[in-house]
Write a protein that binds this ligand. Structure first.
Ligand code: KPL
Length: 302
């Protein structure tokens, strides 16, 4: 199977390095330094035992150099989805499948618009990683991935899930992806901005009652929006669920904290921004999400 990974960030490196022994993997991205490093040294992963393993594979900034692919995996930042989706449609075989595993609530429709519903799938990954340098990452959180299937995509999604699982990236096929997507988003709308604003790891929001109180309000507002949309969340207590994500990923630095530390734009518009917009549309108040959204938007980027 030829798998094109769109994105050279932390998770792009993790998926590329882990899938390379089982599939023909190509990394496609716009970050010239990241692509150059992979071409030179391979994509490198720091293991939990302290060793570092590099895998050589094709890496390019030019979609025209990529042979038609069975799978295009979107792991770019949510504000880069349109361009990545256009590239996916350029590199995919007519019966290929483009899968978004990105953070955010607005990637699926953008992907579908570019490649068509028969060639797109929405997924959710709980894997976490830290980018240490161009083409160099540490896989910090090893948790499952879920990919949504429709009757039209079921066979291809099952093949991808079995490939990923066989390569050590536990992946499940989901008949209903929306509840899983929203569940993860509830964690992201609280953990990501709070860890980025306070510069703390994922376990930090549970450390004081003040921090926890803000986490709980963010989650409750977002859960109210999800329920108003008719999403059947896969738990009764959203705050307890997000506390569990904080504990399971306690030492990880969230992707938004890593973005802020690098002076890069964040995914806040696709997270709290969507909660605020959906809240307005559905008549659900989201004042705390709105303030946090503006606070993160106001942070300086280089
Ligand atoms: O998805 C994440 C992220 O950092 O973006 C969590 C679940 C918070 C793990 O770090």
């Amino acid at each position: 199977m030829r798998v094109v990974i769109l994105g050279t960030g932390a998770l792009g490196c993790v998926f590329a390095a882990r899938l390379a022994p089982c599939a023909e993997v190509v990394m496609l991205g716009t970050w010239a330094e990241g692509i150059a490093a992979v071409r030179r040294d391979g994509v490198c992963l720091h293991q939990q035992d302290g060793t570092r393993r590099c895998v050589h594979l094709q890496a390019t900034t030019d979609p025209a150099e990529v042979s038609p692919a069975d799978v295009a995996l979107l792991l770019v930042k949510s504000y880069q989805t349109e361009r990545a989706a256009a590239w996916a449609s350029q590199v995919l075989k007519p019966d290929g499948l483009a899968i978004t595993l990105q953070n955010g609530l607005d990637n699926g429709p953008k992907l579908m618009a570019a490649v068509g519903p028969r060639r797109s799938a929405v997924g959710v990954t709980y894997n976490g990683a830290i980018l240490l340098g161009p083409g160099d990452a540490r896989h910090t959180v090893r948790l499952p991935t879920h990919i949504g299937a429709t009757p039209e995509t079921a066979e291809r999604v099952a093949a991808v899930a079995s490939l990923f699982t066989g390569c050590g990236l536990e992946t499940h096929v989901a008949a209903e992806i929306e509840p899983i997507l929203w569940a993860k988003a509830l964690a992201n709308v609280a953990i990501n901005p709070l860890t980025a604003l306070w510069r703390i790891p994922n376990g930090g929001p549970l450390e004081t009652t003040d921090r926890h109180a803000l986490l709980a309000v963010l989650v409750e507002e977002a859960a109210a929006v999800a329920r108003a949309r008719g999403i059947a969340l896969p738990f009764d207590d959203p705050v307890a669920y997000v506390e569990g994500v904080c504990r399971a990923t306690a030492a990880n630095r969230s992707s938004m904290l890593q973005d802020v530390e690098r002076g890069r734009p964040t995914e806040i518009d696709s997270l709290n921004g969507v909660i605020v917009a959906e809240g307005k549309r559905l008549g659900v108040p989201t004042p705390v999400n709105e303030v946090v959204w503006q606070l993160v938007r106001g942070m300086a980027t280089r």
